[in-house]
Design a binder for this molecule. Sequence first.
Ligand SMILES: NC(=O)c1ccc[n+]([C@@H]2O[C@H](COP(=O)([O-])OP(=O)(O)OC[C@H]3O[C@@H](n4cnc5c(N)ncnc54)[C@H](OP(=O)(O)O)[C@@H]3O)[C@@H](O)[C@H]2O)c1
Length: 278
Amino acid sequence: MRNWIKDKYVVLTGASGGIGRELCKLLVSKYGANVIGVGRNEEKMRSLQAELGEHAHRFSYKLFDVSVKENWQAFARELQEKELSPSLLINNAGAFPTFRKLKDTPSEVAERIMQVNYFSAVYGVETILPLLKGDKKDKPALVNVSSCAALCTVVGTGVYSASKAALKGYTEALQLEQKGKTYVGLICPGTTATDLFSGDENTKNSALDLVAMRADKMAKKIAKKILKKKKRAVLGWDAKCMTFAAKIMPVKGPALICGIMKASKSKVFKEVFTNEEV
Ligand SMILES: NC(=O)c1ccc[n+]([C@@H]2O[C@H](COP(=O)([O-])OP(=O)(O)OC[C@H]3O[C@@H](n4cnc5c(N)ncnc54)[C@H](OP(=O)(O)O)[C@@H]3O)[C@@H](O)[C@H]2O)c1
């Protein structure tokens, strides 16, 4: 595996927490990349900087909300002013609403999730893709972090699945359009132990803990796929099972997963299986 990101500049959204934080640590400390992390929480960024220790000089951060187009435009202007051309953009920042039936999910929540999970990547492509720099050996690179929920829709996460499926479709079209010009990767992780679900009280000490992979382990797998320039990666045993079920049985597969979730009687799905409607 050739380390093509050594000494290159990488823009990584969602670097302050979860998978992105672990990925940032790997890219900086193990692979020698210069990472510009994007997120909103300065405290988390500072603690990441401290954690990077002797490698901290390879890390800088920019605080902005990725769901706002103007923020991306300002960020792109700043990169240009500093004559800084990244070689890789990783759109990893994401948000998850609480597990709920769609009928109980306000459209405002759907809009917000779509903005963070889908439009942030669209803005990233619009503003940063033209700035990405390749060299003789390597083309510019862009990676979007979607989810296994894009490949097998999960009941109770309709809004999240829809946003990640939109990102998947967008990324696949980009792969075709950028063929020969840019390496475009689509990463679909399975359940990972991060703060993604922290807004939902019901997820604490729930069935999710049984399937979740450690964030550092997931980040390791993602880094390897990026270094190998894989176009598509489905990571985690739950992600692989769900994807397989939905691939061979597009209708019955997701229904089977739904049945397993219901049979688990876990409190995390409390709001989803009320009144036996699904
Ligand atoms: N965890 C899982 O089970 C799982 C499974 C499949 C896919 N994924 C995907 O993997 C990616 C990383 O998720 P994670 O599990 O690591 O989540 P996480 O622990 O909640 O971290 C999310 C990261 O995104 C940033 N972020 C969120 N909203 C933002 C916004 N509007 N503007 C800027 N930054 C924002 C957060 O930074 P600040 O707090 O500093 O804003 C944080 O660094 C997401 O795209 C997620 O959908 C996760």
